[in-house]
Write a protein that binds this ligand. Structure first.
Ligand SMILES: [Zn+2]
Ligand SMILES: [Zn+2]
Length: 251
């Protein structure tokens, strides 16, 4: 079992008590940001705008503020997931939090992301899933990175929502290429049979509403493959819970 994330959490906690911290977004030095909430109140207000209209199903930013609107893409090809909730758009400076979590092991950011997802759910009066799981990393990437950023977000999110988390429900059988620069057909081939459900936990999804946690939703292809799989094995509903949603131009 990998203990690195726990040790990093502990180290960050010690540092936060010993030293003034810098806000992760505006670099202001103050005592307010902590190991668990690493941005200042001004940045929280400025960058997490709850009124952004989004597609109900894939969380794509929309012009019209209507809780039930769907984008053209979701209307023409209906995804397998029922709903996506995203705390923000993937754009500067918030993309730095995503990159910081992924590459610099700034695990304090995972707690902030979980807080923002939970607040977005509350703002949208979203129905809580019955069970949470996280988009898994491939075996090689997990070894390289040492932790799965989606799971690190799912852990505090499960606590905040008082929901059970099943970290081993989904398994990624192999490492896949980054989806961003592939065509639609290539994306599907890239992910074909990439995920399976852990047979040990199949009994937990029958008739249940499953929440799938990830850091960013880009093309939505991975989340769609996962939702298809969960539905095939009896999940009644699938909601994606993500920190950031890319805009169409950043696909
Ligand atoms: Zn700030
Ligand atoms: Zn959509």
């Amino acid at each position: 079992m990998n203990r690195a994330p726990d040790l990093i959490h502990l180290w960050n906690s010690i540092l936060s008590y010993a030293l003034p911290m810098h806000c992760a977004l505006c670099s202001m030095q103050c005592h307010e940001p902590s190991a668990t909430e690493p941005i200042c109140a001004a940045c929280r207000q400025q960058y997490f705008i709850r009124a952004q209209a989004r597609c109900y199903q894939c969380a794509l930013p929309l012009e019209k503020l209507d809780d039930q609107s769907h984008c053209g893409e979701c209307l023409s090809t209906v995804p397998h997931f029922d709903r996506s909730i995203s705390a923000c758009s993937y754009a500067p400076p918030l993309d730095q939090l995503v990159l910081g979590l992924k590459f610099m092991q700034s695990l304090a950011y995972a707690n902030l992301m979980a807080t923002q997802i939970a607040e977005q759910m509350r703002a949208l009066h979203a129905i809580s899933p019955d069970l949470l799981c996280a988009v898994p990393l491939g075996p090689q990437r997990l070894i390289e990175r040492g932790f799965n950023q989606a799971l690190e977000i799912a852990k505090p999110l499960a606590k905040k929502l008082s929901l059970p988390l099943q970290p081993q429900l989904l398994i990624r059988l192999r490492d896949t290429l980054p989806q961003g620069h592939l065509s639609g057909k290539e994306r599907k081939q890239n992910l074909s049979k990439a995920f399976i459900l852990n047979p040990e936990f199949l009994g937990q999804i029958e008739g249940k509403h499953i929440g799938v946690v990830d850091d960013v939703i880009t093309t939505g292809t991975s989340l769609n493959e996962i939702a298809k799989l969960l539905k095939r094995f009896g999940a009644s509903q699938v909601t994606n819970l993500v920190f950031a949603r890319t805009s169409p131009h950043s696909f």
